[in-house]
Design a protein around this ligand. Structure first.
Ligand code: AMP
Length: 320
């Protein structure tokens, strides 16, 4: 079936993760940026085409569940006798910062993504966290300019493939990145200065994710101006595992835009809230455990909670 209408094409890792938090750990759970993007965006649109690579250690049952959720896996190459991408990280006490312990590229090391012909005219493209060379290759295979291209990345690629990363950033519409990575990429401590720097690299919009402190959306306005929007993060009673929150955010963000079919600042503001709401579910359990079971009602209730978090009556008297 070919992708059209609200369909999303996403590239990203499909992987195993070993995660340690101050409150528990899990060995080799299913993860990967593409996986989280897929689970989040398929909550919102009918079809999500994934482009990735896995080894034959990846569970067939997992692939079946991804397909049942609306993910088209024709673009996921299965390599016999090879191992899937593996990542391991350990979180600090604040759960906002983590150290990467292991990144084993395995099948990713010499992967050449092939976008299936049926997906080459997808209108909405998510370049999830993966080698920027592969993100560029996916873009090169598109038959027409997608309506919106969103890119997510991380410090690993800034350290190891900055040239390719800058080349792909110049070709996308939206960059989503976390606060520390925005500082690393720009060399600026102030997030507003960092935003200016990154928008000067080419994208029209930028989202800076700040973990438990929410997210900022920026766009350039006339002259030297910057327009921005700030969304809170839901103060969760218990954060179990933030792994994949950024990818879930990105999938939810683009999913909302694709569903609305509109690219304007108001829709992008809503998209930041939908992405944040979905990401808050991911944090409630290890791996993809929670995001895969979110119901429509749960999502709408959470979006409403977000709205109420920042809603207050107009202040009619001087505050001092
Ligand atoms: P997040 O917590 O949103 O930054 O995403 C964590 C997910 O990204 C994990 O499931 C990992 O498998 C995946 N991941 C970690 N490092 C990389 C990398 N260098 N490239 C692509 N995906 C990665």
């Amino acid at each position: 079936m070919s992708l059209h209408g609200d369909s999303i094409l996403a590239v990203g890792t499909v992987a195993f993760d070993t995660i340690r938090t101050p409150f528990g750990s899990r060995e080799r759970v299913v993860g990967g940026a593409g996986t989280y993007v897929g689970w989040a965006s398929s909550r919102l649109v009918k079809q999500v085409g994934l482009v990735s690579v896995i080894g034959d250690d990846f569970p067939a049952e997992e692939l079946k569940q991804m397909e049942s959720a609306g993910m088209n896996l024709d673009g996921v190459e299965l390599r016999k006798g090879e191992k899937s991408f593996f990542w391991s990280g350990t979180y600090h006490m604040d759960l906002n910062t983590r150290d990467t312990l292991v990144t084993d590229l395995n099948v990713l090391a010499d992967f050449k993504p092939v976008v299936p012909a049926s997906m080459r005219s997808a209108p909405w493209v998510m370049l999830g966290n993966i080698d920027p060379k592969l993100q560029l290759s996916v873009l090169d295979q598109m038959e027409e300019r997608p309506k919106l291209i969103v890119l997510d990345t991380m410090n690993y690629w800034m350290d190891s493939a900055l040239g390719d990363l800058l080349a792909v950033i110049a070709r996308v519409d939206v960059v989503t990145i976390n606060d520390e990575e925005a500082r690393q990429l720009s060399g600026q401590r102030s997030l507003v200065r960092a935003a200016r720097y990154i928008l000067d690299l080419g994208p029209k919009y930028l989202v800076i994710k700040k973990g438990e402190h929410g997210a900022l959306l920026f766009q350039k306005s006339d002259g030297d101006g910057l327009e921005f929007f700030s969304a809170p993060a839901l103060p969760l009673e218990e954060v179990v595992d933030p792994t994949g929150a950024g990818d879930t955010f990105a999938g939810g963000f683009l999913g909302h835009i694709a569903r609305c079919g509109a690219v304007d600042f108001d829709t992008l503001k809503q998209a930041v809230v939908v992405g944040s709401a979905l990401a808050s579910f991911t944090c409630e359990a290890f791996g993809t455990e929670r995001i895969r079971t979110v119901s429509d009602t749960e999502l709408m209730d959470r979006v409403e909670t977000f709205r109420q978090l920042v809603d207050f009556a107009p202040i009619a008297v001087p505050v001092v």
